[in-house]
Design a protein around this ligand. Structure first.
Ligand SMILES: [Zn+2]
Length: 259
């Protein structure tokens, strides 16, 4: 099995540079509801590195204190992490809040209620993009997003929607070994995720403009996961081939395609 290390990442970034391309990255953290020591650690990491951070906030569970905590962090935006982060799947099936077992009216009601809550609490900090809990959704959700005033969708792995209404920008790097011990998934495996997405973008134009996304879960990080995140962010930020983009730039202030 091929092992990946930091040199492989640098080699891939050098290929981007040789092709005259700049590798864009973005950062999403999930399951945000309230202030905590872990949230402060996350915000501190983003702030020190001057990297934009998108928090996927669960609308129905937001603690009001969170609004004040974020005041000091202008680089932090809020996305909509479902409505209540509650699974409606039958027992024994994979968890999903926006899965196929609910009808369109139920899905739309949750979308609009969540959007209203986040807009009222976070104002302009809220970028109207749905992050479906467990990164799962039924295809019938997609046309409902626009009806609910949402401009985008963010799940996991390579995008499946290639138009821009809604614009799908996923995450592609997950440092947590969820199905094992929930500790760090290992440098080689996580760098493989990262390098594979960069390579996909470099080789296939239809994937190119989707920034490569780091997914974190601040409440679930072990020290090894925090260490990796800090190191990754530091290394990427130090690279001339890399540019971090905010969720505002991705979904609201999209540069027009060159004509
Ligand atoms: Zn979640």
């Amino acid at each position: 099995m091929t092992q990946f290390n930091w040199d492989d990442l640098q080699r891939e970034l050098t290929r981007w540079h040789s092709d005259g391309l700049q590798a864009t990255f973005w950062w999403r953290d999930d399951d945000v509801t309230a202030d905590s020591a872990e949230l402060r650690q996350l915000l501190g990491l983003a702030d020190r590195a001057a990297v934009p951070l998108a928090l996927a906030v669960i609308p129905a569970l937001v603690d009001n204190e969170l609004v004040q905590v974020l005041d000091r962090f202008p680089n932090v935006t809020v996305l909509q992490h479902g409505y209540r982060h509650q699974s409606h799947s039958p027992a024994g099936e994979k968890k999903a809040e926006f899965g196929e077992h609910r009808n369109s009216a139920e899905l739309l009601a949750d979308l609009t209620a969540g959007r209203d809550l986040l807009r009222a609490k976070f104002g302009d900090r809220f970028v109207p993009v749905l992050v479906p809990p467990w990164n799962r959704y039924t295809p019938k959700l997609v046309p409902l997003l626009q009806q609910a005033g949402l401009v985008g969708l963010s799940a996991m792995w390579a995008r499946t929607i290639h138009g821009d209404a809604p614009l799908q920008v996923n995450t592609h790097i997950d440092p947590v070994a969820w199905r094992e011990d929930r500790d760090f998934a290992g440098l080689s495996l996580v760098l493989e995720q990262l390098i594979c997405h960069l390579k996909l973008r470099r080789e296939f134009e239809k994937y190119r403009d989707e920034p490569t996304g780091l997914l974190t879960h601040h409440l679930d990080h072990t020290p090894a996961v925090w260490d990796f995140c800090a190191q990754l962010i530091e290394r990427l930020s130090a690279s001339e081939q890399v540019r971090w983009v905010s969720s505002r730039e991705i979904w609201l202030n999209r540069p027009k395609a060159a004509s």
